[in-house]
Ligand binder design. Structure first.
Ligand code: SAM
Length: 236
């Protein structure tokens, strides 16, 4: 499979992406499984103030991010991975909602570029323009129906959801199979069954006997049943 191995993030707050150097993602970078570039949008501005926004046409509150610095920044990062189709992810609460299925789909792109909006968002002509370019695929993605101050946290969420699925990133790949939104039954996708570890008793609460039985068939049956119950009772 053609897996993603290059991620570029464009933002006015490069420091916001520091957690990418930690834990699984930090280790995946150190092992050379992926490479990540963080780019300051203001490097693409020509005025002394490094302005990246302007007032909205049509009036109204807030400022809109100007297309010029975005165009220059996206063109520059596309050159880092020549001869590839670049998947441009524009973060917006109006976009397609992130799901496990979408994260899996995104693992198939070779180069992902994340455009982190701020203020009222990015002039829509940036998405419109790159949608017409044959070496780009544009996706507007939201991480849920609420409004954040910027796209940086959403980028961290999406990158973590993708990177943990890439070959070699998680020590035991079998642990990916039995997770929430990956587990399936005849009724569709399930959330995971409840997990327990030692000690057997904690504050008066015991581990269910079946998990101590060593009977793998019964354990699998119990887990599937618990996953169904949890899925059914999950608040929306
Ligand atoms: N005016 C926009 C609207 O009403 O749709 C909201 C802009 S928001 C204050 C600023 C930026 O935060 C957006 O451009 C986007 O990059 C990011 N953002 C906010 N909420 C998001 C979400 N749920 N998912 C992804 N990105 C989000």
């Amino acid at each position: 499979m053609n897996n993603v191995n290059r991620f570029d993030v464009i933002t006015i707050f490069p420091e916001y992406l520091a957690p990418l150097n930690l834990s699984l993602i930090g280790k995946a970078q150190a092992a050379g499984l992926i490479s990540i570039g963080i780019h300051d949008l203001r490097d693409q501005t020509s005025d002394v103030h490094g302005s990246v926004d302007d007032t909205p046409y049509g009036g109204g509150a807030g400022m809109v991010m100007s297309p010029e610095p975005w165009g220059s920044a996206i063109d520059a990062v596309a050159e880092l991975v020549p001869n590839e189709v670049h998947e441009l992810i524009v973060l917006t609460p109006a976009g397609q909602k992130l799901t496990q299925e979408l994260a899996i789909e995104l693992t198939k792109s070779k180069h992902l570029i994340f455009a982190c909006g701020r203020y009222e968002g990015i002039d829509v002509r940036v998405s419109d323009f790159y949608s017409t370019q044959k070496n780009f695929k544009v996706r507007e993605i939201s991480i849920g129906d609420y409004v954040l101050g910027g796209g940086e946290v959403a980028t961290l969420v999406i990158m973590e959801a993708i990177i943990r699925l890439l070959p070699g990133v998680i020590g035991n790949p079998a642990s990916l199979d039995e997770e929430s939104h990956t587990l399936t039954s005849d009724d569709g996708a399930l959330v995971e069954y409840p997990n327990y570890t030692k000690p057997k008793e904690w504050r008066g609460l015991s581990v269910p006997d079946v998990l101590l039985s060593g009977n793998h068939g019964e354990i699998a049956k119990w887990r599937l049943e618990q996953a169904r119950i949890r899925t059914k009772n999950r608040p929306n």
